[in-house]
Design a protein around this ligand. Sequence first.
Ligand code: G3P
Ligand code: CA
Length: 283
Amino acid sequence: MTPEIVAHRGASQHRAEHTRAAYELALQQGADGLECDIRLTRDGHLVCVHDRTVNRTSSGRGVVSTLTLARLSELDFGQWHHELPDSADDLVHEPLAQPSAGQHERGLLTLEDLLGLLKDGPPHVKLFIETKHPVRYTGLVEAKMLALLRRHGLSTPVSKEESRIVMMSFSRLAVRRVRQHAPRLPTVLLFDRFLPGLRGGALPDWADITGPGVHLLREDPDYVARSAEQGHDTYVWTVDDAADIDLCRRTGVRYLATNTPANTRRHLESGPSATVAQSLPGE
Ligand code: G3P
Ligand code: CA
C-alpha cells in the first residue's frame, strides 16, 4: 500500500507553519490530506496554532487563550520562517517565497478559513484536525469545532471513509467527546508511547485510527499489522526522512504526516530506496 500524504501544519518545511500559504502549497504539491492544530482564542474563535503561546511562531508574545482574535490578527506568523531552502535542490522544485510575502504567508489562519480552503480544494483531500490539551477551556474547543463543522455541513458524512474531516487528539477524553457528539466523524487516537492496552493493536471503541509517532514504528514495525488485524488504519507522524518513509510504506501505514509533501511524494514514486541511510533532497 502506498501511504496517503498528509501535510503536517501545511507544507511547513517551505512555508511558515499553519499559514494559508503553507496549505495552498500543500494542495499544489498534491497532498492527500492537511493537518492542523487548533486552539481557542479568548473571545471564542478557533485558530490554527500549535503551541500554547504565540512566542515561537509570531512577532508577538502571549498565551493564545488570553488573546483576542483581533489581537492575534495583528501579529506576523510568517517572518520567523527561514526564507532560504535547506539545499539548492529545493530551488528546482520550490520557488522561494517572494520578498513581498502577503497576508496569506504571514497572517493568522482561523479554522473557518482553512475549512474554506478545504472545500475549494480537490474533493478527496481530508483535513486532520488536532485539538490540543490540556487547555484552559477543556471541552469547549471540541464543542466549538463541532458547531463550526455542522455549519459547514461537515459533521455528518455519509460514511467515515468519505468524511472530509478526521478528528485527532492525544487526549482520550477529547476523542471520546467527539465520538459522543458526532459519531459519524472518524477519529485518531494519537500517542507518543505505548500506553497499557495499545501495543496489541486494539483501540477503545471511540477511536477508529491509531496514531503513533514514527519513533514507535521504528521500535515496533509490526504494530501496523497488529492494528490492521484489529480493523484499524494507522496514521503516523512526523515522517520526513527517507528511511522512515520506506518504513511506513513497507509496514502498510495508511496516512503519513510530513512537513515536506512534495519530497515525500517524489520519494514514494521513486520506489523503495536502496539504503536506509539515504536522505531526501531538501534535508
Ligand atoms: O499529526 C500529529 C502530530 O502533529 C502530533 O504532534 O506536536 O506536531 O502536534 P504535534
Ligand atoms: Ca499536530
